[in-house]
Design a protein around this ligand. Structure first.
Ligand SMILES: [Zn+2]
Length: 163
């Protein structure tokens, strides 16, 4: 529904989600292996209202980093910025090094470091797709303050209107 989509897009202020796993969710609230990329959302170190959408492509290892408003990250030129590094670190905690390395198609030597084994160029990919996946992911953890039905929760009869 268009109205639902607009509502998602307006919810652009990200609140920190209560950690459910022993990983730095406050710093990297979202990391996934999807769409041929390791991609995720990384909090800005300096501005609590700002987040970066970072990714590393499988195969080419091209790196991308921009704010959720699609402003390119100033720290990403030629080598990974700290957001891409943090995303990689957290993905390794979440999925394990083997799985991340296999997905990205990178050889990491025994005892080696994922980021040191990558040598990708910088390629800007739009933040919007990753960011809307993040908002969708948040919806499962934290139901927004709204009386509108959530499409994903329709299978719960307790949501009402089942007579
Ligand atoms: Zn960055």
């Amino acid at each position: 529904m268009d109205a639902d989509k607009a509502a998602w897009e307006q919810r652009s202020v990200v609140r920190v989600v209560t950690p459910v796993e022993p990983r730095k969710l406050a710093k990297v609230p979202f990391a996934e292996l999807a769409d041929g990329r390791l991609q995720g959302v990384v909090s800005s170190g300096s501005d609590i209202e700002r987040v970066y959408v970072s990714s590393i492509a499988a195969g080419t290892h091209a790196m991308s980093c921009s704010t959720n408003n699609n402003r390119p990250c100033g720290a990403l030129h030629g080598y990974a910025c700290k957001h891409v590094r943090m995303l990689a670190e957290e993905a390794v905690l979440q999925y394990g090094l083997d799985r991340v390395a296999r997905y990205l198609r990178v050889e990491v030597p025994e005892g080696g470091d994922l980021m040191r084994s990558l040598n990708g160029s910088v390629e800007r990919t739009p933040a919007a797709v990753v960011f809307s996946r993040f908002l969708r992911h948040l919806a499962y953890l934290e139901v927004p303050d709204s009386t509108e039905p959530l499409a994903e929760l329709h299978w719960f009869p307790a949501m009402g209107a089942v007579r």
